[in-house]
Design a protein around this ligand. Sequence first.
Ligand code: ZN
Length: 162
Amino acid sequence: MILEILKSTNPILKKKAKPVKAVTKEIRDLIRDMEETMRAAPGIGLAAPQVGHSIRLILVDIGEGLHVVINPKITQRAGSHVMVEGCLSVPRIEAPVERSEKITVKGMNPQGKNIEIKAEGLLAIVFQHEIDHLDGVLFVDRVKDKNLIRYVPPKETGKEVL
Ligand code: ZN
């Protein structure tokens, strides 16, 4: 089932999401619906609060396979790097954001197993963007120079992918 993606004015997107205590059937169904929603958007990442569930669950797929991480936590960071980002919840807006270049993410997979992912480049950026959603932070909140926030006219394709 394709879910509605909430827009940035929705208060759920400003809240700190709660940890997932157990991977229930409800959670597994939500993961399936979130994957369908992310692919349909189309997007390369989606966080549960974006579809109205204030829980710590993210999906990421930059075209190299799907990562589903429950209660994700960044345990290591290195370097820094700036990329123009967009967000499915902030349509038609893009701006450069500075983030860590390499990160290690720990969490749990849908089978309830502890996992650790080492990510760099685009994958690292998408993980940081999605984990920010769990803390009520939008990419525009991280833009240092607000003059660099750009409106993308409807005839152009924006980077509304995260
Ligand atoms: Zn986003």
